[in-house]
Write a protein that binds this ligand. Structure first.
Ligand code: NAG
Ligand code: NAG
Ligand code: NAG
Length: 213
């Protein structure tokens, strides 16, 4: 179980993805400092202020992903710049009718959550389209440190390739296992790694399968 937990990484202490972007503080400090003259209705100001203050935390709460929030730097840049662009357009307007400004903020927020979810899931699916153990560099949304996602791709073209992929997985798990427990896994036959169980096998499934022996 420890192996499985490690391979699936941890989602604890989530803090938000956009806030890992280098321009986030500058941009959002500016947005917070300039909410005052954005609405004719004074009640809109505190509402808008707290939407901006809680942006990162609310993002993590809304992601609802079963996989860790790990995003590639390239996709983070894309999402962040799309959000700043929408915000900048909104801030170019002078003063809005009651309710309009916080409502637009909520729309941008929701769109941002969707973009981040897609970015995280797309990278993970691309990763699984390889044959064998594959990894790619990411930024962890929970603490903004460089991280990486490891996945097991089942997209092999021949049974020979598949065998090599499984061997690679066993080596990977053995190395991990030795580093952490100083013992090695024995490898009997793995029915769970044979067709037809391969169609949607993930690295997590594969490691769970191996741990059952
Ligand atoms: C941050 O903003 C500056 C100035 O607008 C821009 O030149 C730079 O490319 C931005 N950085 C990223 C990582 O998007
Ligand atoms: C950052 O969070 C990731 C999980 O997303 C974790 O694996 C990593 O150890 C954390 N790094 C630090 C320095 O806390
Ligand atoms: C693959 O998908 C099928 C049906 O969608 C499901 O019954 C099966 O448990 C899945 N296998 C794995 C290893 O997730």
């Amino acid at each position: 179980m420890a192996l499985l937990l490690c391979l699936s990484l941890t989602v604890a202490l989530a803090r938000g993805c956009l806030h890992c972007h280098s321009n986030f503080s500058d941009k959002f400090n500016f947005y917070r400092d300039h909410v005052n003259l954005k609405s004719w209705w004074v009640g809109d100001i505190p509402v808008s202020g707290s939407l901006l203050t809680d942006w990162s935390q609310d993002t993590m709460n809304e992601l609802h992903l079963a996989i860790p929030a790990e995003i590639t730097r390239e996709k983070l840049d894309q999402v962040a710049n799309a959000v700043y662009q929408k915000m900048d357009v909104l801030y170019q307007g002078k003063m809005y009718f009651p309710g309009y400004f916080p409502n637009e903020l909520r729309n941008i927020f929701r769109e941002q959550v969707r973009l981040i979810q897609n970015a995280i899931i797309e990278s993970r699916i691309d990763c699984q389209r390889h044959c064998g153990v594959f990894q790619y560099q990411t930024i962890s949304c929970s603490n903004c440190t460089d991280s990486h996602v490891v996945c097991f791709g089942y997209n092999c073209e021949s049974s020979a390739q598949w065998e090599m992929a499984v061997q690679g997985l066993l080596r990977y798990i053995n190395i991990w296992h030795k580093q952490n427990t100083k013992t090695s896994l024995v490898s009997p036959s793995f029915t769970c790694l044979e067709p037809p169980n391969l169609a949607n096998l993930t690295l997590e499934d594969a490691s769970e399968c191996l741990m059952q022996h």
